[in-house]
Design a protein around this ligand. Sequence first.
Ligand code: SAM
Length: 348
Amino acid sequence: MAPGGIGTVLERIHAAEAPDLADLEFVLRIADPVELSSLFHFADAVRHESVGDGVLLRGIVEFSNICRNTCRYCGLNRRNTRLERYRLTRDQILAAVRNIREAGIKTVVLQSGEEDNLDADWLTEVIAAIGRSVDAAVTLCVGERSREEYRAWKLAGADRYLLKIETSDPGLYRELHPGMSFENRTRCLEDLAALGYQTGSGNLVGLKGQTVESLAGDLRFFQRGRFDMISVSPFIPHSQTPLAGEPAGDLMMTLKMIALTRIVCPKAHIPASTAIGSLHGRDERPRALAAGANVIMPNFTPHLVRRLYDIYPGKTACDLSPEQRLAAVEQMAAAMGRWVDYARGDAL
Ligand code: SAM
């Protein structure tokens, strides 16, 4: 056991340049309600101090569910032949982006599966068109691409890029991502940072074969990577994947990971992810916001295709209008003594 009570251990993790793995594992194993409450209070205080009380909004447009990969947890994997595939047109994307801006949100996230046939020039043009039509930060989340493509998109006006490492354990990464390479994923993250993107990464909690040791390693990976955004979300099993019969990630472990992420990366933007809102058919995002998170990502994918972006079952709030969803977020924040921040929310 790590020496000192929970408070001492948390102080030590917070102060460390590279937190001790034994300390991180100790915290990930706590189950005592009083200790858990100390952890969440500590993380919430770090959040208040480092990024303030505003809850930032990012409007997400899932513009294609076509994917060349076979990630063993993801419903978009190319072996899921039951899934009808789509890609939005440039005009459909621009219409969704305008809806985001009309809702007052100043960050647009363009997300898709990893398409072999995604024409990099087409996406360059979409990014430039967004820049001409609205004043908003553009975040891309379209997977592993070449440095030249990342450069072209940056020049066209993209500001940020999200690429989750999913797990920082290279052996587990290989098992879960047939045909993909851990080295290429980290190469992409390095290229993105070097090109001047505000760069985000993150993991999944509860993957088959994941251990407390590998989760502690993820925290060290986040801290070493100095990421501007970090998304920690629970694995949710999807029937059309090899992990269909596996249990979902544990909510409490996910909350502990969010809290520790805030403590080791105080200035990062950390979402209360949609997966946390969908895990048990209950919206648990307030608990993530109380454990260190400071971002919510409302979905602006057109209704016509939204159910086809089927990464995991039960994505929340599918049938609400943008106004209803924003009102719900405003209420959620206010109930916690927080407020919705309509700023761009760039890296700090
Ligand atoms: N293709 C892009 C990439 O690789 O970054 C982005 C799209 S991918 C579908 C977006 C995220 O969905 C992944 O980073 C992963 O963490 C999440 N995801 C996929 N399957 C999931 C599942 N079963 N449960 C929870 N999250 C999942």
